[in-house]
Write a protein that binds this ligand. Structure first.
Ligand SMILES: [Zn+2]
Length: 258
């Protein structure tokens, strides 16, 4: 049995034990057991980019100096067209993790992304960053399915990857993804580019962290210097002889435990 179902079963057992003790007149032990179940749920959900709750792709096997660029939170009329230009100029291919609601609002941008040879993944329908990890199965399913539908309606494609808002997954997510043939996509390198910071320092840190087989996470609308950062980053990668590309299926490495 893989760790996620075991964890789920343990969690339910602990919560059940807690409820039983509570109802059976042993409130202190009952509360302790419930607290343990609650703490486990929070610990596995609140830490981003981990494989405790189910399989996760965080890197791939490079054929040469390959790097996988992933761009979150689009499409965005103020960012996507400029990003597509920059990528084209650098002959780079990327995966765009789209928010379903935005895809529904800007179907032309979704089509422009695929027409340029890039890949599209599902990044939830409404991007509830603060509450996604606390959601139950019904709400998670809605977030996944509504985004799949919006992306399909816009560009006629069905994403194969799902990245939770801010990377936080909980124990309910994995079975839902599995049932839909979706894989959870994490990252190897990120730069917290949604926080304002010194562009030169961000660029140095980001470039230094890259290695062949890494998955880089950036946002379509980073807080710092817009697409200039992406342009400069791709220039540096080229100088370091990286190839920014979409890995083939056989190259993906799936981690099943953090
Ligand atoms: Zn996001």
């Amino acid at each position: 049995m893989s760790p996620a179902p075991l964890l789920r079963a343990g969690l339910l057992a602990t919560a059940g034990l807690g409820a039983g003790l509570l109802l059976g007149g042993r409130p202190r032990s009952g509360l302790l057991a419930l607290a343990a179940a609650h703490a486990t749920f929070c610990a596995t959900a609140a830490a981003p980019n981990h494989a405790l709750t189910g399989p996760l792709i965080r890197r791939f096997t490079p054929r040469d100096r390959e790097l996988w660029l992933t761009l979150d939170d689009g499409p965005d009329p103020a960012a996507t067209p400029a990003i597509l230009d920059v990528l084209e100029r650098h002959r780079a291919r990327a995966t765009f993790l789209l928010i379903g609601k935005r895809a529904a609002r800007h179907p032309d941008l979704v089509r422009a992304i695929t027409a340029a040879g890039h890949e599209i993944g599902n990044h939830s329908h409404t991007h509830p960053a603060a509450t996604f990890w606390t959601a139950g199965p019904a709400r998670l399913a809605r977030e996944i399915d509504d985004a799949q539908r919006a992306i399909h309606a816009a560009a006629g494609i069905t994403p194969a990857f799902f990245r939770p808002p801010v990377g936080m997954a909980n124990l309910f997510l994995d079975p839902l993804l599995r049932a839909r043939g979706l894989r959870r996509l994490g990252w190897s390198v990120r730069a917290f580019d949604t926080r304002p910071q010194d562009p030169a320092a961000l660029l140095d840190r980001l470039t230094a962290a890259c290695y062949p087989g890494a998955i880089v996470l950036l946002h379509e609308r980073g807080a710092t210097a817009g697409t200039a950062i992406l342009d400069a980053f791709l220039t540096r990668l080229r100088r370091a002889e990286f190839r920014v590309t979409l890995p083939a299926e056989a190259q993906l490495l799936v981690d099943s435990l953090a």
